[in-house]
Design a protein around this ligand. Structure first.
Ligand code: HEM
Length: 299
């Protein structure tokens, strides 16, 4: 199908001169075309100080960036960054140590007894993240982890914005104190937030859909709505845009949850529809949810 196919919505673009150039893409084939074009990269392909101001302001209130130490979560690093591959490998190795059937039973029990979201999130954080710390992650941290900002609209509220910044600072300080020195504190700290913000809701979705295949549930209800990229070359992506991107200035937002629902491809739930650079947690997540579904169906 050609990229001028009229059934395909074109990317949407909002430009405010010198302040913002934001391009939103939700068609799965356009996302993949742009991702593989070589004309975009991860945000931290540029030094933090040279990124658009709104990016720096927004991301310091999220779980993806540590403003004080200038750290970014692994998927925000260009593959050409020498720290990228070892960081990914470390997380992958840790995640691949898996989970126990006791973990599955514990979460199933909480779901069956309608435990509160905070309790569910706290326990799920232990299942996924205790392996990095070697000890229980305190309630104080799992509660703070729900406060980091999750969407652009949230920062309209100064209260939520400031609360997000503060939560992120405290989580990072905790990670710095408790993690072994070879661990990347942002990569690990991020995952506490991801589990609190995404996995607890996902568990409830699973409970409501015990007879549907896990991959179908989580392509129709993908927890991550979107991921960002930044232009590194001037490009219209073969005519998809009417005027070219500006390197280091134009930011692209890939609407991956919409793409996951359209394609039913779980690689859009955990990335941009391809194996390369897919989330290291994908297999763990799918297997855990399948085991949990079986356990929940037992009575
Ligand atoms: C339900 C929970 C989760 C969801 C929905 C999720 C989703 C995603 C998505 C969509 C990406 C792609 C980002 C991009 O292309 O910019 C990603 C990347 C990544 N995720 Fe997750 N994630 C989850 C939990 C986790 C956890 C618990 C870990 C680690 C323990 C983790 C580690 C990673 C890493 C390391 C990457 C980067 C992969 C790369 O760039 O090579 N994720 N995740």
């Amino acid at each position: 199908m050609s990229n001028t196919d009229s059934t395909h919505a074109k990317p949407r673009r909002i430009t405010i001169p010198f302040i913002l150039d934001l391009i939103t893409v939700s068609e799965p084939d356009q996302i993949q075309k742009i991702e593989t074009s070589g004309d975009v990269d991860r945000l931290h392909a540029y030094d933090t100080k040279s990124l658009p101001l709104w990016i720096k302001r927004y991301f310091k209130s999220t779980k993806f960036h540590d403003d004080k130490r200038d750290l970014w979560f692994c998927p925000f690093e260009s593959a050409s960054n020498p720290t990228y591959q070892p960081r990914r490998n470390y997380l992958q190795e840790k995640v691949d140590t898996g989970y126990s059937q006791e973990d599955v039973k514990k979460i199933a029990q909480l779901l069956k007894t309608n435990a509160k979201n905070e309790v569910l999130a706290h326990e799920m954080v232990q299942v996924v993240n205790q392996r990095f710390f070697g000890e229980e992650i305190p309630q104080r941290i799992t509660e703070l982890a729900k406060d980091t900002v999750q969407s652009f609209t949230e920062v309209i509220s100064p209260f939520r914005y400031r609360r997000g910044i503060k939560a992120q600072e405290q989580i990072m300080d905790y990670c710095e104190q408790k993690l072994p020195s070879h661990a990347h504190i942002l990569d690990v700290g991020h995952n506490i937030g991801e589990v609190v913000q995404a996995t607890a809701g996902a568990l409830r979705k699973l409970k409501d859909n015990l007879d549907e295949p896990v991959e179908e549930i989580f392509t129709l209800n993908a927890p991550t709505p979107q991921v960002p990229r930044i232009a590194i070359k001037s490009s219209t992506f073969d005519g998809l845009l009417s005027s070219p991107t500006k390197p280091g200035k134009s930011v692209l937002i890939f609407k991956i949850s919409e793409a996951a629902a359209k394609t039913k491809d779980i690689f859009f739930t955990f990335g941009v529809g391809r194996k390369e650079r897919a989330c290291v947690f994908q297999d763990f997540f799918v297997k855990f949810m399948q085991d949990l579904q079986r356990e929940l169906k037992q009575d």
